[in-house]
Design a protein around this ligand. Structure first.
Ligand code: NAP
Length: 477
């Protein structure tokens, strides 16, 4: 299957005709071929987005809300098809893909409502013959660059509010998962969103990113991906003083205090760690367990891991799919090997799972005990199904360990002590804290990180600040 890019309402290939393959990570089958675009195609997409913006910014909030609502309705109509496409290109189990589509739609639903609440203000002036009016206006053409781990939701979380605010967009999806983005583009056209408002370009990330950060018609870049690429894009954006939102890597600590509800903590730990085969930016990477409940927690986790089924995400009952690509599984292997070398014990898993007829990209859900601060699992994002455990004695000590990371996206802890709950939540240097909760992501909350996990917030009313700018009119009367 050959699919194309969306530029100015037209489906087009790369100028050179070149394409690249999208591979099913579970089976190695070629799912589709997509254009290998570069700066020329991106420049055209930016022109289209800019021209479209001149009209789109003048539409009423109700018109924009209604088009976003239509797009959401079409995604609901096609939810099953979109979920299957996602599993084919990304590998996550079908139930998770269905969950992601519902999550992706929730951002459109929310944005359609927010479109109607972009309010200005009137500020009392200091002179009797003046009035000060504050307007909130769309920033303009937005570049959206997204990762492969949530191929649909990471786009709608940006696209919805951008459209709601009156911005137009050029989307560059990850090369591993461009098909969910392209499917979204088809539905945007079907919904009646005007040509040029939503553009999608696939291909060479450096060339596309280079153009998006240097063309002066682009006024904002919203990026979700690794800290490394985020830093690079931020440097590239400095000449144009681009407005930026940076949703970057995480390395979440998951703390279990001695007074935790152990059954709830273990259940949350499983979901938080093994969802999407551990390939989520907010998934727990470091488990810190109080020494008095350590044996209990490790035994609960070992039993629960034993119930997980690894395999092709289209198969009934599979809850852990493949890693996204060969590089990803090699990284997971190297983290486990490093932990072993430095003295950790691998209690469960610790090797690839080879399944007849499938690709060699499955890694066994793994439990490592005896993690120490010098191990890679302790200070790098593993992005795989590996839970590493370290015992602690005091609250002071564990909060210090938790904060010792350069990352600051999500942190979790379990305790039944209300004073401790507030104390620890306040001291954790993270943008998102799950207190007795392993699944804090939700449409109405301000998702985002601190430190090297980036800046900017997505979700709720807060995201509208990312796509609007203030202007005031000082009015002499
Ligand atoms: P990545 O390698 O940084 O890629 C993200 C996107 O950037 C992809 O579309 C990629 O394109 C593009 N890209 C790569 N190099 C580029 C360049 N030089 N110029 C412009 N664009 C470039 O990250 P990933 O491996 O896809 O995703 C995993 C990372 O995302 C993890 O660190 C995870 O924690 C983070 N993440 C964060 C959040 C959050 O909300 N904070 C959410 C999800 C994921 P290609 O695919 O074509 O290379």
């Amino acid at each position: 299957m050959q699919v194309n890019n969306l530029i100015n309402g037209q489906w087009v290939g790369a100028d050179s005709g070149a394409t690249f393959e999208v591979i099913n990570p579970a089976t190695d089958e070629v799912v589709a071929r997509v254009p290998l675009g570069g700066s020329t195609e991106t420049e055209r997409a930016v022109s289209a987005a800019h021209d479209a913006w001149l009209k789109w910014r003048g539409t009423t909030a109700n018109e924009r809300a209604s088009l976003i609502d239509k797009l959401a309705a079409l995604m609901r109509r096609d939810a099953d098809r979109l979920a299957r496409l996602m599993t084919a290109e990304q590998g996550k189990p079908l139930a998770e893909s269905r969950g992601e589509i519902a999550y992706a739609v929730s951002f459109l639903d929310w944005a359609a409502e927010e479109a109607k609440r972009i309010y200005g203000e009137i500020i009392p002036a200091s002179a009797p013959n003046k009035r000060i009016l504050v307007f909130r206006q769309p920033v303009g053409v937005c570049a959206i660059i997204t990762p492969w781990n949530f191929p649909s939701a990471m786009i709608t979380r940006k696209l919805g509010p951008a459209l709601a605010a009156g911005c137009t967009v050029v989307i560059k999806p990850a090369e591993d998962t461009p098909l969910s983005a392209i499917a979204l583009g088809e539905l945007a056209l079907e919904a009646g969103i005007p040509a040029g408002v939503v553009n999608i370009v696939t291909g060479d990330p450096r060339a596309i990113g280079g153009l998006l950060t240097s063309d002066q018609r682009v006024r904002k870049l919203s990026f979700t991906g690794s800290t490394e690429v985020g830093r690079l894009l931020m440097k590239q954006s400095s000449d144009n003083l681009l407005r930026l939102s940076m949703e970057l890597g995480g390395h979440a600590p998951f703390i279990i205090f001695d007074d935790a509800d152990m059954s709830r903590a273990a259940e949350a730990a499983m979901a938080c760690k093994f969802r999407n085969a551990g390939q989520t930016c907010i998934c727990a990477n470091r488990f810190y367990v109080h020494e008095s409940v350590h044996t209990d927690f490790v035994s609960r986790l070992s039993s629960a891991i034993g119930t997980l089924r690894v395999g092709d995400g289209t198969q009934e009952g599979v809850n852990v799919g493949p890693l996204i690509n060969d590089e990803a599984i090699t990284k997971v292997e190297s983290h486990v090997a490093d932990a072993r070398e430095k003295g950790a014990s691998v209690l469960v898993g610790g090797q690839r799972v080879r399944i007849k007829g499938l690709a060699d990209r499955f890694y066994a859900p793994t439990l490592i005990d005896g993690m120490t601060a010098d191990m890679r699992v302790h200070h790098e994002e593993t992005f795989g199904p590996v839970a590493a455990v370290r015992s602690f004695r005091t609250e002071e000590e564990v909060v210090e360990w938790a904060n010792s990371s350069q990352f600051g996206l999500a942190a979790y802890f379990f305790t039944q002590n209300a004073s401790r709950l507030i104390r620890v939540a306040e001291r954790l240097e993270y943008g998102i804290v799950g207190a007795n909760d392993g699944g804090p992501s939700t449409v109405q909350a301000p998702f985002g990180g601190v430190k090297q996990s980036g800046f900017g917030r997505e979700g709720g009313k807060y995201v509208m600040d990312e796509y609007t700018q203030l202007k005031y009119i000082s009015w002499g009367v």
